[in-house]
Design a protein around this ligand. Structure first.
Ligand code: GTB
Length: 216
């Protein structure tokens, strides 16, 4: 059955793989599933055709036959549960991999997104200078704990899993922040994720969308 996902027609990150279609592309590459991509403009996100797939008018979405999913976490869980490669066979280890995916989405990503939004939307506000150190501290608290748990390990819980895939995509959003420089083990963790052939294929495919888009 054909799998179709949606992605930005013109991603603000200029193809750096920071939008959330990247995690879906990477997961599909890891499990060897072919997929098609429908590119959506910012205007198109809020049109009825897209809102029928995604009530909040966002990317990514995932279509496979009659199944329509939104939310990158739900999409990755579906992919990981239906194809070997992203979840361990042992039941407890499998649940821990899912737990790490939730941790990436619910505990690590929120302070990172809040910080990024402040940089984009509040830079010129009078409170920004006072607020920014507080937002940085919240992100650092998560990075401290995460790097402590990762320790010298390659991945968060044994073999690479969907939990690592999600965590690496979340951490990548900090790459221009300078905050990761104090966490060499997390930098190495991200680099291990990015070195995976499946990641490289996914990255190249989403970068090609940007390079093919008309300048403007
Ligand atoms: N919780 C949802 C999920 O996990 O799927 C969040 C989906 C979401 O935030 N989608 C964003 C979107 O469609 C794109 S990924 N936004 C348009 C809108 O809401 O109108 C967020 C994103 C966008 C761009 C960059 N970037 O360029 O660096 C990074 C992250």
């Amino acid at each position: 059955m054909t799998i179709t996902i949606t992605a930005f027609e013109n991603s603000p990150d200029r193809g750096q793989g920071l939008a959330r279609d990247m995690r879906v592309r990477w997961a599909l590459e890891e499990v060897g599933q072919r997929y098609e991509v429908r590119l959506v403009s910012f205007k198109g996100l809020k049109q009825p055709a897209h809102l029928a797939l995604h009530p909040f008018g966002q990317i990514p979405t995932y279509e496979e036959g009659d199944l329509v999913l939104f939310e990158s976490g739900a999409i990755l869980l579906h992919i990981a549960e239906h194809h070997p490669g992203l979840l361990p066979l042992d039941a407890d280890a499998r649940m821990r991999a899912i737990m790490w995916m939730f941790a990436a989405l619910n505990t690590v990503e929120p302070p990172i997104v809040e910080r990024s939004m402040a940089v984009i939307l509040e830079r010129d506000k009078p409170w920004y200078a006072e607020r920014q150190p507080m937002l940085d501290a919240r992100v650092r608290a998560r990075l401290d704990a995460l790097s402590g748990r990762l320790g010298d390990g390659d991945w968060l819980d044994g073999a690479f899993s969907v939990g690592d895939l999600m965590m690496v995509t979340v951490l990548r959003r900090l790459q221009s922040s300078g905050l990761l420089q104090d966490y060499p083990t997390l930098l190495a963790y991200i680099a291990r994720g990015e070195a995976r052939p499946a990641y490289q294929r996914a990255f190249a495919d989403q970068l090609a969308v940007f390079t093919a888009a008309p300048a403007g």
